[in-house]
Design a protein around this ligand. Structure first.
Ligand code: PAF
Length: 275
């Protein structure tokens, strides 16, 4: 695996690389990321990963500073997964000056759900991904569906800008007890880790009821949040939405997803399940 920390270096290396498949990450890689790398291999000739903890998508007081940086272990995992190139710039390479030009996703995509609780988050994500796309020039890019709203925002961005990039979803990878793999799981204490799969179970129960014909979505959402609260979680939201645009469904809509964000102790976890 070739490692590049400059924009010119990665551009030169990828000049004759054939069909480039790109998997952007913020590092601290787990099995979910590695599954994306392996999936990427099926979509092109050259798999490129990036590691960059993007300050623009964190608000002051969020976990930018304590976001785990584990470069050496990450490189070993990427090599083992057969990744061809890693682009791992530092902040001065990617943002040599304040980033004044940004991608502003529409409010109906960016200010709901995660965006309501993390204002500006999707502007930061869309801006860095657009910048990375301009550097790596991939023909395809993979993003995990655990960040369902991020996937929707980025695939909409690619479509509306007419970028010649296939945006491919990667399935959520879960631990045996159902907990979705996430870099943030490492912040959980042993007791919190034992409690954490409840988030998945609560979502699975909502899905089960929708499949059985329940259409009182607000009631399902409230019951699910109450169950979490009863076990000392602080939910930000549990919401049934349409997969296509994450807007609220009517009773006859199909193709739904239930999304959740909730804090357990000081760790904020997100998850979702499609109906
Ligand atoms: O999902 C992530 O790890 C990040 O949001 C991404 C897409 C790499 C942009 O910084």
């Amino acid at each position: 695996m070739q490692i590049h920390d400059t924009i010119s270096g990665v551009r030169t290396a990828l000049k004759a690389a054939g069909r480039v498949v790109f998997v952007p990450t913020m590092g601290n890689l787990h099995e979910g990321h590695i599954a994306l790398m392996r999936q990427a291999r099926q979509h092109g000739d050259c798999v490129v990963a990036s590691i960059f903890v993007n300050r623009l998508q964190f608000r002051p007081g969020e976990d930018f500073e304590k976001y785990p940086r584990t470069m050496l272990a990450d490189c070993d995992k990427l090599r083992e997964a057969g990744v061809d190139h890693l682009f791992a710039p530092d902040e001065t390479e990617l943002y040599p000056a304040p980033q004044r030009y940004v991608v502003e996703p529409p409010a109906e995509h960016a200010n709901i759900l995660e965006g309501e609780f993390r204002p500006g988050h999707f502007r930061g994500v869309a801006t860095v991904v657009m910048k990375l796309f301009g550097i790596v020039s991939p023909q395809a890019a993979l993003f995990g569906k655990k960040d369902f709203q991020q996937f929707m925002v980025l695939s909409s961005m690619v479509r509306e800008f007419g970028l010649p990039i296939d945006v491919i979803p990667g399935p959520t990878v879960r631990a045996a007890d159902g907990l979705a793999l996430s870099s943030r799981n490492g912040f959980l204490s042993a007791a919190e880790r034992a409690e954490a799969p409840r988030l998945y179970r609560v979502l699975a129960k909502v899905i089960e009821q929708v499949r059985a014909g329940a259409t009182d979505f607000a009631r399902l959402e409230h019951e699910a949040m109450d169950e979490l609260r009863a076990h000392h979680w602080a939910p930000d939201y549990i919401a049934l939405r349409k997969q296509i645009d994450l807007q609220s469904p009517s009773a006859h809509d199909t193709g739904l997803v239930v999304l959740a964000a909730a804090r357990l102790g000081s760790t904020r976890l997100i998850d979702n399940l499609e109906v």
